[in-house]
Design a protein around this ligand. Sequence first.
Ligand SMILES: [Fe+2]
Length: 301
Amino acid sequence: MEAAVHSLDHFALTVPDANVADQFYANFGLKTTPRGNSLTLETPNGLAGTVFEGERKRLHHLTFGIDAADFEAFRKRLEAGGVVLLDPPAEAASAAEALWFRDADGNLIELLAATRRSPREKSNMNVRVAAPGERAAPEGTERPKPRRLGHALLFSPDVLRQVEFYRRYLGLGLADRSGEVVAFMYSKHGSDHHILAFGKSERPGFHHASFELESIDAIGVAAMHMKSQGHTEGWGFGRHYIGSNYFQYVRDPWGSFAEYFCDIDYIPSGCAWQERNVPAEHALFVWGPSPPPYFFENVET
Ligand SMILES: [Fe+2]
């Protein structure tokens, strides 16, 4: 197989106040660790995010995991295509073997030789079906913790140009799209239906990062907790058509979103997956409340 990224390793944001991010993501169920004026976000699957302090909220970079054996193949492919390799930004520099560059929209991207974070098979959703004479409702409402980072969705002024860039240079496959408005990409090594997605906007921006919970009950309990902490805006509960996942979005303090999902489609390595161009009326969801107008707002300037 040609060199291809195996995972979305983590996302990195810049925000004006790391303490605000700490509170939000800790409430969301992530393990947060302040490091000077930055912050790391973790799940049981490892690092999921980094937050740096800066002037305004924006995407800092996305990091994708690659096999160390593919490192030179990626470097050659990027250089052959005229993609300029960059020094790591000082605040994100490490001893790790990594390639830094900008994608077709100018977003900063890192390819990191790293252990695989994508699951090797479809991750199960816990469903408790009571037998006659038993009770199905969960006992207690302990606050659920996301298992892992699933994907990120970026705004793009040219969704199909981004799809072509990530296909050509990162080896991602197009899972499904809806016209030129949204597109969803997966890893050929086997991954969720999407580890990266793009949504049409007049300019680039970070729309959401999405985290897996183990069940619908867990999503309900986690969403109630976020509401009780004042995070009342969002969208859900519902079920997406593209990717099939159940979803609940919570609006973050900067106007973008963090998503809880469970039961997302899985595309195994070697699968003869046929992408679909989904009509606009199915692009968002199968069922659920109508999305609020601010769901489509790109707050990054
Ligand atoms: Fe999502």
